[in-house]
Ligand binder design. Structure first.
Ligand code: SAH
Length: 387
């Protein structure tokens, strides 16, 4: 970085090879910060999630009722099934390409993909045309996905090609593409800025007087171009978050769709309009945690700024990015009808469970309003789910 800020060492930092092993990520980070100076929050987050030795996603099976947090596909099969319905509509709107790629970024335990493929199985013409590509960094998660999707990936299954994995979105094949990403963007690092006396400064992670990890402000001023309107009128202590890594994902996908045609859905918690506020959070064992306690032990995320993402999509040639709340999206795709069918002739207990799942996925007090669904298509396609 040429702005006078001291970047932390990267995981491959030659200065660390051959050194005594660390027993925890906290110890490793304290050593590096003591040696090289504070890290930007984004680097801290990246290290906590992806450190090859101690990172959260590299070492843990995090998601699910027994894991640290629960996601929509883990709540109910209806979520993945309705996204399967959306996929069928998108493939038809693209004039049924006879070869296409169905991609998922950050597939977790593979649950969404399994539920979705069950819906697609009713369309052998689509299954034959399809190549499934999963974008996943973590070897532990890849193993979980392979196990969950085994039935679809074996020879003789109806999926056209075997399921394969790539490291990054840039590795997607040049084919018409349907891409799904549920709770993927929130896991990508973001920078945080705080209004201080002399202007907006970036949040960093350093050491306090007792040698513990602590938040501090880095000396650098924020680039005014990334600050939203009204930033200069904000009171001291006000917080703004910006995630260029998330915008880069949107730009990569937009360029891929523009080149190959297709459609993408990004589903995550966040705000439809950019705003101020600290949304950095750690979740472990279904509770909020201190993001600086036990680095690598908890999931670290922040809310997604969908206004910035839609702007990034527009700037990358997506004519009309569409945004809906998760509740509106799922209802438009037939959540209530699917729930009715699933509960028909079942016990009252099972029906109550399905009703509770509907409420959790689509109810405004649960995930329905907080979660948003951003749809990108090229060419512009009006698809079910976004009015
Ligand atoms: N979509 C799943 C999982 C969400 S958790 C669900 O809804 O249950 C985030 C997922 O993204 C995990 O599988 C994690 O290993 C993966 N991931 C995080 N950062 C990534 C990156 N930079 N590249 C690829 N995958 C990543």
């Amino acid at each position: 970085m040429g702005d006078g800020q001291r970047a932390g060492p990267t995981p491959g930092d030659p200065g660390l090879t051959g050194m005594a092993r660390f027993s925890s990520l906290a110890e490793k980070l304290r050593f590096q910060i003591g040696r090289d100076g504070p890290l930007p929050l984004a680097t801290y987050m990246q290290r906590c999630l992806a450190d090859p030795e101690f990172g959260y996603y590299t070492t843990r099976q995090a998601i699910g009722r027994r894991g640290d947090f629960i996601t929509a596909p883990e709540i109910s099969q209806m979520f993945g099934e309705l996204i399967g319905v959306w996929c069928v509509g998108a493939w038809e709107a693209l004039d049924r390409p006879d070869r296409f790629c169905l991609a998922e970024a950050g597939p977790g335990h593979g649950t969404l993909m399994a539920d979705l493929l069950r819906v697609l199985a009713a369309r052998p013409d689509m299954m034959r045309a399809m190549e499934v590509v999963l974008i996943e960094l973590s070897p532990a998660m890849r193993a979980a996905q392979a196990e969950r999707l085994e039935a679809f990936a074996t020879a003789g299954s109806t999926v056209g090609g075997a399921i394969r994995w790539v490291d990054a979105l840039a590795d997607l094949p040049d084919l018409p593409t349907l891409l799904i990403a549920n709770e993927f963007l929130d896991a990508l690092p973001f920078r945080q800025y705080v209004k201080a006396a002399g202007g907006w400064r970036e949040t960093g992670i350093g050491l306090n007087e007792t040698g513990k990890l602590a938040r501090l402000l880095l000396p650098v001023l924020a680039d005014p171009a990334i600050l939203p309107q009204g930033a200069d009128r904000e009171a001291e202590g006000s917080v703004f978050e910006h995630a260029s890594a998330r915008e880069a994902v949107i730009e990569t996908v937009a360029a891929h769709l523009a080149k190959n045609t297709g459609a993408a859905l990004f589903i995550d918690y966040g705000h439809a309009a950019s705003g101020f506020g600290d949304t950095f959070q750690a979740v472990g064992d279904h509770r909020y945690r201190d993001p600086l306690a036990e680095p690598g032990r908890h999931d670290l995320t922040s809310h997604v700024d969908f206004e910035r993402l839609a702007a990034a999509a527009r700037a990358s040639s997506i004519a009309m990015p569409r945004l809906a709340t998760q509740g509106a999206f799922l209802l438009a795709l037939g959540l209530l009808e699917r729930a009715g069918a699933l509960g028909s002739a079942k016990s009252a207990d099972v029906q109550d469970g399905i009703r509770a799942d509907v409420e959790r996925l689509a109810g405004p007090a649960a995930m329905g309003d907080l979660f948003k669904v951003l749809q990108l298509t090229s060419p512009d396609l009006p698809l079910a789910g976004h009015s």
